[in-house]
Design a binder for this molecule. Structure first.
Ligand SMILES: C[S@@+](CC[C@H](N)C(=O)[O-])C[C@H]1O[C@@H](n2cnc3c(N)ncnc32)[C@H](O)[C@@H]1O
Length: 247
């Protein structure tokens, strides 16, 4: 079972914040206003520290990253021996958990130009890579076994700058559709896509559109709801689905 409470994210050094999650945009603007180091705990034991560079999405105080990390560390998501793509990696907490579970190789990829210090994290091995790119456009077809993506949750209609904190929390729905296409391309047959996606009560037709896009590459009979959080205006869902195996 995914137990979100198994994973805690703390600031390495105590920090005073003016805003909290209720002021979602202001909270993230403030969180991302400077470099901050965080510590990840699993079942109350510190397991690693990571630098969240200025401008990059900071998972502190959020909900999705802990669910992914609990899934990996509790082995509900099997990362062992896999070629992993941590897409929209931000500071890299999801992929770093895969290193603990002996993934074969982890590629960390994000559009934000400030993610590169992740290369210096003590856990990163020779075979792992950190790349700035739009989704996974530079990756080869069928070259991954497991892809993670934690979609920014709020939907907007305008463009954003790649170096802004906004791209961590706001999305054009086009991003979701493009990601499904790209991930369908880079996964090997039978590979697994694990993603966090917010469904808003007033955008249910859009959620169905996401499902029909997924069906072009993924076997929807393998779709699993790994974890969810009910909220006033919708639900946060952690989903897993396998690419068609071709058998
Ligand atoms: C909700 S954050 C998740 C970050 C990280 N995976 C975590 O759990 O802490 C979404 C991430 O997607 C990235 N992102 C947004 N648009 C992207 C794009 N077109 N290509 C690659 N990454 C993108 C953002 O920069 C941000 O780091």
């Amino acid at each position: 079972m995914i137990r979100q409470e198994d994973v805690k994210i703390l600031f390495k050094e105590e920090q005073a914040l003016k805003y909290d999650r209720k002021d979602y945009l202001k909270f993230h603007e403030e969180l991302s206003s400077k470099d901050r180091e965080i510590t990840i705990l699993f079942q109350d034991q510190p397991i690693f520290d990571v630098l969240v560079p200025k401008g990059v999405f900071n998972p502190y105080g959020g909900i999705a990253a802990q669910a992914f990390m609990s899934g990996i560390l509790n082995k509900i998501i099997d990362a062992k021996g896999k070629r992993v793509l941590d897409l929209g990696c931000g500071c890299g907490v999801i992929g770093l958990c895969c290193l603990f579970k002996d993934s074969n190789k982890v590629v960390f990829s994000d559009l934000h130009p400030n993610i590169m210090p992740l290369k210096n994290n003590l856990l990163i091995r020779e075979q792992d890579e950190v790349k700035v790119q739009d989704l996974c456009v530079e990756e080869k077809d069928q070259s991954y076994d497991l892809v993670f993506m934690s979609f920014p949750s709020r939907s907007i209609d305008r463009q954003m700058e790649a170096d802004s904190y906004e791209i961590g929390i706001l999305r054009n729905d086009d991003l979701v559709f493009r990601a499904i296409e790209q991930i369908g391309r880079v996964l090997a047959p039978g590979g697994e896509f694990v993603f966090f996606y917010r469904v808003f009560n007033d955008r249910f037709p859009l959620s169905l559109e996401v499902m029909s896009k997924l069906a072009a590459h993924f076997d929807l009979t393998t779709l699993k709801l790994l974890w969810y959080l009910g909220e006033d205006n919708g639900h946060g869902l952690l989903l897993s689905v396998d690419k068609y195996s071709g058998k």
